[in-house]
Design a protein around this ligand. Structure first.
Ligand code: SF4
Length: 516
């Protein structure tokens, strides 16, 4: 074993080269924390690290030193095909490749075909074992996972060497990634974090990071990467208040509505929380996380709207998240209820996700797979919007897309955009909402959904793929992958467009740890 390895770490934020303005401004702010953590751990073991956060503007191959021994690639599922192509290219140049992040956790069996190592839960011992072994595992890669998430992570101060060059790429807004907890005590059946035991991370590290950031920026902006920020609300806020002068850091976080009560909102406002992203998900279920108990349908809409309006009286920006197409949705009602919510809470930006099941992410996926309801959409489209890989229980696809188009049009109608802007008091967050509405998330999605609906009605093979009568991926999707991967398309391994969508159900594989 070499005592000093040359290690490359690639954090895939973009799924291919891009020139989009939104990507230029925002992608550097979407960097993940774990690739940076890996960088610190590798250095602590005495290795040399080259770190690249790929936002779609970099030349990955040129930026990676030619004599790199081993490359870690961290990715969500939507960038998996880019990761597979990259791994193929890097292996052809003699490098060992490792995949980690959400895609590796959701689709370990598929990832093993294209990487030497596939990481599940990743702590320092797992990383050390991979570095020690550092050898090709082909044709099937080795799966390595810890029993649980790490109990501690390096803070901003130690990760700064990777954060700083990444944020330099963001020309305007710069958001520093921080994390105060892992996992979630709630049990939403579709969520990857529901299965991860909740743990608060070290508050002393957090305080040290605030002191550090206050010296680096006049007014830092921090994005919390916690799945559900503030579960231990008082502990977190005490730590902030101990070190950060009142309202001197802008915070952005995802919290469940049960945390965002009025007394908590007063404290969050005092401490600079400027953007919150609560999940409402559905009008028929999950009453525990929104504190709406057994109230369903219109009653829940009224209760939630009232709370959202209260929250927005304390914070200028709120995105309310919904999942469309859950099995509890039947007929026109769920869509009409969401429209009602838009009328009652005009300031909130609604974020819609089409029901998707990511491999082994959640136990609910076993149910979908055993009912043969998962469609083998290429990973490239599994971003909760470009495709929906579950057959809906109570709608045909054309009917469902019709309702989604109608709701999206209602949400981003000139009237709704104007009301949202007015409710946001013509502020910077208000402008951001307008930009989001008229770009990819509003008008862009209306155009994409309309195209899909038309193809469902006019292209027999396209419809057959949705109805699972064929595994042949429609040309419409293949040409999109080809275009998005650009020059890396030719490196996409044969067969990597398809995957076994029921691998989780079939799997008997157990985590296989390598001896350190
Ligand atoms: S509250 Fe949010 S993070 Fe927690 S399990 Fe539900 S969806 Fe996941």
């Amino acid at each position: 074993m070499k005592t000093k390895l040359r290690i490359g770490i690639i954090d895939l934020v973009s799924k291919g080269p891009t020139k989009a303005l939104w990507a230029r401004f925002m992608f550097p702010n979407l960097a993940s924390i774990m690739p940076q953590v890996l960088g610190v751990w590798c250095q602590e073991e005495g290795h040399e690290v080259t770190f690249i956060c790929y936002t779609g503007f970099e030349n990955l191959i040129e930026e990676l030193p030619k004599d790199t021994d081993l490359v870690f690639i961290g990715t969500f599922t939507q960038s998996a095909q880019l990761a597979y192509a990259l791994s193929n290219l890097l292996r052809s140049r003699g490098m060992i490749t490792v995949i980690g992040g959400p895609h590796a956790r959701c689709y370990p069996q598929d990832s093993q075909k294209y990487f030497d190592y596939v990481l599940g839960f990743t702590d320092k011992e797992v990383v050390k074992s991979v570095l020690y072994d550092c050898s090709p595992h082909r044709p099937m890669g080795m799966y390595a996972s810890a029993r649980m998430q790490p109990v501690s992570l390096p803070g901003v101060k130690e990760r700064w060497q990777f954060i700083e060059p990444t944020l330099k790429k963001a020309p305007w807004i710069k958001i520093v990634p921080m994390i105060a907890s892992l996992g979630c005590p709630y049990t939403c059946s579709f969520c990857i974090d529901a299965e991860v035991p909740y743990q608060q991370l070290d508050l002393e590290v957090m305080k040290e990071d605030f002191r550090f950031l206050l010296k680096k920026f006049k007014r830092p902006r921090v994005g919390w990467h916690d799945p559900n920020f503030g579960v231990k609300f008082n502990d977190c806020m005490d730590a902030i208040e101990e070190v950060v002068p009142e309202d001197s850091i802008d915070f952005i976080g995802e919290s469940s509505l049960s945390i965002l009560t009025e007394p908590h909102m007063k404290r969050l406002k005092r401490n600079g929380f400027k953007a919150l992203l609560p999940g409402i998900e559905t009008w028929y279920d999950l009453g525990n996380k929104s504190k709406t108990g057994n109230n369903k349908g219109l009653e829940k809409v009224h209760l939630v709207s009232e709370q959202i309006n209260m929250i927005m009286s304390y914070t200028p920006y709120l995105q309310a998240n919904f999942v469309l197409g859950l099995d509890t949705d039947v007929g026109q009602e769920p869509f009409e209820l969401t429209k009602k919510f838009i009328d009652l809470s005009p300031g909130a930006f609604p974020g819609y996700s089409l029901l998707s099941a990511f491999g082994a992410a959640a136990p609910l996926n076993l149910e979908y797979q055993s009912q043969n309801r998962v469609i083998g959409f290429p990973f490239h489209f599994l971003d909760n919007n470009a495709a929906m890989n579950i057959t809906t229980k109570n709608y045909s696809f054309p009917e469902f897309y019709d309702k989604v188009i109608d709701l999206t049009r209602y949400t981003f109608s000139p009237r709704a955009i104007a009301k949202r802007f007015q409710s946001n008091k013509f502020s910077i967050p208000g402008w951001m909402n307008v930009v989001r509405a008229v770009s990819t998330e509003g008008y862009g999605r209306i155009s994409h959904f309309t195209k899909v609906k038309k193809l469902l009605e006019t292209d027999k093979k396209f419809r057959m793929f949705f109805e699972q009568e064929t595994d042949e991926v429609p040309e419409y999707y293949i040409s999109k992958i080809k275009k998005d991967l650009g020059s890396l398309w030719k490196w996409l391994p044969e067969g990597a467009i398809n995957h076994d969508q029921n691998a989780y159900l079939k799997s008997t594989a157990k985590p296989h740890l390598i001896a350190v």
